[in-house]
Design a protein around this ligand. Sequence first.
Ligand SMILES: *Cc1c(COP(=O)(O)O)cnc(C)c1O
Length: 466
Amino acid sequence: MSNVFRRIPSVNELLESEPLKRLTERASRTVVVNGVREFLGRMREEVSAAAAEVPSPSELAERIAEWIARAEQPALRPVINATGVLLHTGLGRAPLAEEARQAVSEMTAGYASVEIDLASGKRSQRMDVVDRTLKQLTGCEASAVVNNNAGATLIVLAALAAGKEVIVSRGQLVEIGGSFRLPDVMQQGHVVLREVGTTNKTRLADYERAVGEATGAILRVHPSNYVIRGFTESVGLEELVALGRRHGVPVIDDIGSGGLWDFTRYGIEGEPLVKESIAKGADVVLFSGDKLLGGPQCGIILGKRTWIEKIRRHPLARALRVDKMTLAALHATLQLYLDPDTVEQRLPLLRLLATPLENLRHRAEHMTPQIEVLPNVASAQVVEETAYLGGGSVPTQGLPTVCVAVVPADGTVDDLAAKLRTAVPAVVGRIRNDRLLIDLRTVFAEQDTQVVETFRSLSKSSDSGR
Ligand SMILES: *Cc1c(COP(=O)(O)O)cnc(C)c1O
């Protein structure tokens, strides 16, 4: 046994090997030395358990260098989204505009006027940074911004209706994903859920019967991630607003995605517009900043001044407050909407949505032959497919798209997908019928060559491995 251990080179010998010397040029010496020690430690255990043999010194050095390089990669890194899901929560939802990235960089390099009015030198409220633009864009009286829309729902319920009943249609008791289930959020906001109607049909009379002394608010929720079809009926916002007025009860409209832009031009139907909710008289409207708005993660709350003041003063406002990076990115994103002629080109989400199918086909036809010839690829084809908005929005409506469908020459399609995900840059596609689809609806044109390069790098490493 001790004989076997003697075959393991010393740390110093290994550090003199080519692969590890090369690694020291990129990673710090401490990282490499610690990595070598850790790897050898584990190998000794495996060897003594007879679970492994000692490789040759050169192979050992190669393996250690690869292992350290992989371990050194941060878990959070840029990804080329080839899934075809535009607002992929796992991939960070909306990509930010150049203007927003610039603003974040400028506001974080040094200090910034986060809570100070520079003209008077007095203390200001950080949310006021975006207040003016939000009013201009939506016609609201006042605004507040918090960490995300889940947070917005929580603080609105807590500030407006704690200890009271909130009336919701049974058809709108949503689960958004993960732990966001409306009945649970209500409990956390200390409001009592008062369900009305049935899953498929809720009428004004149902709301009328429920409203009374105990009512704190009427809540309408956009069923973002599901549709109720067939024999259905729901109550329009105008009718709810009129009912709320008669009883002096605020009407809250959680519209989920919150469009500041007409998405029907891309064939996306049924996404509520913020402006419309405000115009129809909702007392409070809430939506996410990183869904259809195309900005940073945040929850935007708009509405009548008296209610917004209450929300801003609530203790949860501090717990849910956004930082200067979010405010800077949100402000810059909102500014883009003030120029309707250029927003479609400047906002990445809209740019992806607006790309003509012909353009996607051209790009796919250009990429496919370059991928097809690689030794680790059996076939690559241009196929028409369906992309989705995602991020908890419109599950039933697909968007036309074009993909490169790749079949690997050896190994499974899952193996190929995993190799692409762990490559640099990481490419995440989607698997369909034993083919890996590279969906160009979510790939920026300037990333096409990187996608091809990544495929190429895989075929090289699989060659040298043999
Ligand atoms: C997405 C969504 C939420 C949650 O928003 P986050 O910004 O992800 O917290 C809440 N309500 C509705 C209707 C939604 O669509």
